[in-house]
Design a protein around this ligand. Structure first.
Ligand SMILES: NC(=O)c1ccc[n+]([C@@H]2O[C@H](COP(=O)([O-])OP(=O)(O)OC[C@H]3O[C@@H](n4cnc5c(N)ncnc54)[C@H](OP(=O)(O)O)[C@@H]3O)[C@@H](O)[C@H]2O)c1
Length: 320
C-alpha cells in the first residue's frame, strides 16, 4: 500500500510517499481502508518534534513513522476477537495514540473506532474527532458556557476554533475570536461577534474580561489570563508553549481569586465522547468547514499549508 512516512523530525521535506506492507490486524484490531484523514496541529507538531511534548515516546526519532490521526473509512478486515464491526462498515476514529492515517490502510484497536454517523461524508467524519473533542469539552463540558456569557477563543480560526465558536454561539454566548489577520473574516462567518488580530492587539491588555477563555495557543503568563477573567470566570489552556502550560499548571491555582479558575484542559480524546457534537452536525446546527482538500501524495504540501497558518477550519486528505 502507499503511505507517507518519515524517520526523523523536520520540515515536510522529510516526508516521502512509499510502498509498505498492508498491516495485518491483531486479535482486537480492525483493518480500515482509509477514505479521508484530517490534519491537526498535533500532526505538524509531531512532524517537527516541537514543542517538546510532541516527542513523548520518541525523544530523538519519531515513535510512529506514519502520521495522521483523525480517520474515516471502511472496515476491510477484522481481528479474531474484534466483535463490533463487520467488513464493509463505514467507521471513523481518533487514533492519536497509534497514528498511521496517512496511508491507504491502517490497523487499530476496534475501541478507537465508531460507526460513521448517518448523513456524513468520510471527509466530514474525519474532520470531527480531535477538533470536536477540544471544542465540546472546552465550551460545554468544562467551559460550562451559559446564555449571556462572554467567551473568548484564542486561536479560533483553525480546526478546533471552528467548532468552538459555533458551539459557544449555540449556547447563547457573546463570542470573541482571536487569530491572525487572514482569519478575521472566517471567524466572523462562523458567528464570532468580535474578532481580534493577535499580531495587532493583546487580548489580555484590552481591559475587557470574559467568563470563559478557551486558549488553543497559550503563550502568556497565568497572571495575564487571570486578569482577563470576570469574577467566577475560567481560563482553559489547551495548546501553546510548554513553558506556558507548565506555568498555568503550577501558578494557575494560585492566581485565581474571586472564584476565577486558571487551568489546563487535558482533553479526553476518543470518538465515543463526541455524540453531542455529532448530533448537532447531523441536525445542521454546526457546520464542518473544510478549507482545502489534498491527495495522499500531497500530504507534505497540506502540512505546510496548515503549519504556515493558512488553514481556515479543517484541511482534509482524501485517499483513494
Ligand atoms: N490539551 C490537550 O489535551 C490537547 C489535546 C489535543 C490537542 N491539543 C492541542 O490543541 C491545539 C489545537 O489546535 P487546532 O488543532 O485547532 O490547531 P489549528 O487548526 O492550527 O488552530 C490553531 C490556531 O491558533 C492560531 N495561533 C497561533 N499562534 C497564536 C497566537 N499567539 N494567538 C492567537 N492565535 C494563534 C493559529 O494561527 P497561526 O496560523 O497564525 O499560527 C491557528 O489558526 C494544538 O496546540 C494541539 O497540540 C491539546
Amino acid at each position: 500500500m502507499k503511505a507517507v512516512v518519515y524517520s526523523r523530525y523536520g520540515l515536510p521535506d522529510v516526508l516521502r510517499m512509499t510502498d509498505v506492507a498492508i498491516p495485518t490486524p491483531r486479535a482486537n484490531e480492525v483493518l480500515v481502508k482509509v477514505r479521508a484523514v484530517s490534519l491537526n496541529l498535533s500532526d505538524w507538531e509531531t512532524l517537527r518534534g516541537k514543542p517538546l511534548y510532541s516527542r513523548i515516546g520518541g525523544p530523538f526519532r519519531p515513535r510512529h513513522h506514519i502520521l495522521g490521526s483523525d480517520v474515516a473509512g471502511q472496515v476491510e478486515a477484522v481481528g479474531r476477537d474484534a466483535r463490533r464491526f463487520q467488513v464493509g462498515d463505514d467507521v471513523f476514529g481518533d487514533i492519536l495514540s497509534f497514528m498511521g492515517g496517512f496511508a491507504e490502510y491502517v490497523s487499530v484497536p476496534e475501541k478507537a473506532l465508531a460507526r460513521m454517523p448517518a448523513g456524513m461524508t468520510h471527509e466530514q467524519a474525519a474532520a470531527v474527532p480531535q477538533a470536536g473533542a477540544i471544542a465540546l469539552q472546552g465550551i460545554r463540558e468544562k467551559g460550562h458556557v451559559q446564555p449571556g456569557h462572554k467567551v473568548l477563543v484564542n486561536g479560533a480560526g483553525g480546526g478546533s476554533g471552528m467548532y468552538a465558536i459555533q458551539l459557544a454561539k449555540l449556547h447563547g454566548a457573546e463570542v470573541t475570536g482571536v487569530d491572525n489577520a487572514e482569519k478575521q473574516a472566517f471567524m466572523r462567518s462562523l458567528g464570532a461577534d468580535h474578532v481580534i488580530d493577535y499580531a495587532r492587539e493583546d487580548f489580555t491588555r484590552t481591559g475587557r474580561s470574559y467568563d470563559l477563555i478557551l486558549d488553543l495557543a497559550a503563550y502568556r503568563s497565568a497572571a495575564d489570563y487571570a486578569r482577563s477573567l470576570s469574577p467566577g470566570g475560567r481560563y482553559l489552556a489547551v495548546g501553546g508553549s510548554v513553558a506556558t502550560i507548565v506555568r498555568v499548571l503550577l501558578i494557575g491555582p494560585l492566581v485565581g481569586r474571586a472564584g476565577k479558575k486558571v487551568r489546563v484542559l487535558a482533553v479526553r480524546l476518543g470518538v465515543q465522547h463526541l455524540a453531542p457534537l455529532v448530533e448537532l452536525c447531523q441536525a445542521g446546527k454546526i457546520a464542518t468547514v473544510i478549507d482545502r482538500r489534498f491527495t495522499l501524495s500531497e500530504v507534505p504540501e497540506a502540512l505546510r499549508y496548515l503549519g504556515g497558518g493558512h488553514a481556515k477550519g479543517k484541511v482534509v486528505i482524501t485517499v483513494g
